[in-house]
Design a binder for this molecule. Structure first.
Ligand SMILES: [Zn+2]
Length: 451
């Protein structure tokens, strides 16, 4: 058994000093003692917080982040960005994906994410073996040390009503039988820090029969993710096709419960917010990507008032930063409503703290990891903020998380623990040079496809 003493730790009931945490061999917290001298424990100085789960990632898109920031017409939109993404996706091998994902996952760890939910639709490589691309993701996660909720994605159609796939979407495709077989094969390959979940690309990409067949024929216990209501065009297409809005359609056709994570869900009406909140499903917000793609602004206050759960993800990886995701989530609301502290509420008046707390709860649900709080029985996924960081020095404890989220442009995340092991020590990953070297070599090879 391991014992670690934190000078300051954020427990379920708030900040405490001299907290000694005992861990079993699987990295599960089995004791917590407050104000303990902990003479036999390793001392970690700094502010220890439960780590967040990144609930939405397309790893390969890390390689093209920032390359669609030029204008081709006054109507540039999500759909023009998607053309660049398709062109690039066609040329990525399993080895490329592994190098890109390892770099990305290391960046996520340094940004304070202990786990990632990889929404993986880049399946078929040149020799048509979808397992190789999933293996690349799993190996990259193992090498980096990040926890992985692997979400192979079912992608069958190019539009509502089962429209055939475009040529450039072909490498994303499976039929239901192939998909369920892939899931079965992958289920035997998971390591202790990895598990499987199911994902449907979107309602436009998965016909009703296929959606139902997968849900009925899988004995999976992990999370279920879907992109939904990200763009107004998608909402209008769904209305034209079915007479219903996407979230409304989903709830009317399948049983949505707390295992579901609705990615984006940007455009919701009141009724849809109520349905999501009462089902226990989580909305997976990706504020920097949603801003980059011009999706729209999520009605955060209304949704939280309905009792809805949220989680955050970095999606296209235009930014890999918890700080930036939560800051932008709040700032979008302030700009829209011309008010401050919209993410705070009467129970928790500190905006940064409240958003972080809510994201911890929703992130644990949406990723399927047993983490999200420093409590006995939970996995020890912990970040430690640097007490000597110029951004945090002389901060009253009730303001620590607010200051972490809202001040400055450097990360004060000094150490990151995943399942009881420190993976980031003193701001550094042990294989940082090696992972970075592979990434640079891969990017140099791919450069010709990025133009
Ligand atoms: Zn996405």
């Amino acid at each position: 058994m391991k014992r670690i003493k934190f000078s300051n730790a954020y427990l379920s009931n708030g900040w405490a000093k001299n907290v000694v945490i005992g861990l079993d061999d699987n990295g599960i917290i089995n004791t917590i003692e407050v104000d303990d001298d902990g003479a036999d424990a390793d001392l970690i100085t700094g502010y220890a917080l439960p780590a967040l789960n990144n609930i939405h990632s397309h790893a390969f898109q890390r390689a093209m982040a920032g390359l669609a920031e030029y204008s081709t017409s006054s109507a540039d939109s999500f759909w023009t960005w998607r053309d660049l993404m398709y062109r690039f996706a066609e040329n990525i091998s399993a080895a490329d994906l592994k190098a890109i994902a390892a770099q990305l996952y290391m960046e996520m760890l340094k940004a304070g994410y202990a786990t990632v939910a990889e929404f993986h639709y880049l399946h078929n490589c040149q020799d048509n073996k979808s397992d190789q691309m999933s293996s690349a993701i799993m190996e990259a996660a193992s090498h980096s040390g990040i926890g992985l909720c692997h979400l192979p994605v079912l992608y069958m159609a190019s539009g509502f009503g089962g429209l055939g796939l475009l040529d450039k979407q072909k490498r994303f495709s499976h039929d239901v039988e192939q998909y369920l077989k892939l899931m079965e094969r992958l289920s035997s390959k998971m390591t202790p820090n990895q598990h499987l979940g199911m994902a449907f690309h979107s309602l436009r990409a998965v016909p009703e029969d296929a959606l139902k067949e997968c849900l009925e024929n899988s004995n999976l216990t992990g999370p279920i993710h879907i992109h939904i209501a990200e763009q107004t065009l998608e909402v209008n297409d769904c209305l034209n096709w079915s007479g219903m809005r996407p979230v409304e359609w989903l709830y009317n056709h399948v049983e949505v419960d707390q295992k579901w994570c609705l990615i984006h869900a940007t455009h919701l009406n009141d009724n849809e917010m109520k349905m999501i909140a009462s089902s226990g499903a989580v909305v997976g917000l990706c504020p920097t990507t949603e801003a980059n793609l011009g999706d729209g602004i999520f009605a955060l206050r209304k949704y939280l008032d309905h009792g809805g759960d949220i989680a955050i993800g970095s999606d296209s990886h235009i930014s890999v930063s918890i700080i930036e995701e939560l800051r932008l989530l709040e700032y979008g609301q302030r700009l829209q409503h011309q008010k401050r502290n919209i993410g705070a509420d009467q129970q928790q008046i500190h905006t940064g703290t409240n958003l972080y707390n809510k994201t911890l709860v929703g992130g644990a649900k949406a990723s399927g990891f047993n983490n999200g709080s420093l409590a006995v029985g939970k996995r020890a996924d912990i970040i430690v903020l640097d007490k000597n960081s110029p951004l945090l020095v002389a901060t009253p404890t009730q303001n620590i998380i607010d200051r972490f989220i809202f001040s400055g442009n450097a990360t004060p995340i000094k150490h990151v623990m995943v399942a009881g092991d420190f993976i980031i020590n003193d701001y550094k990953h042990k294989d940082e040079e090696l992972i970075n070297r592979d990434f640079v070599a891969t990017m140099n090879r791919l450069e010709k496809y990025l133009d």
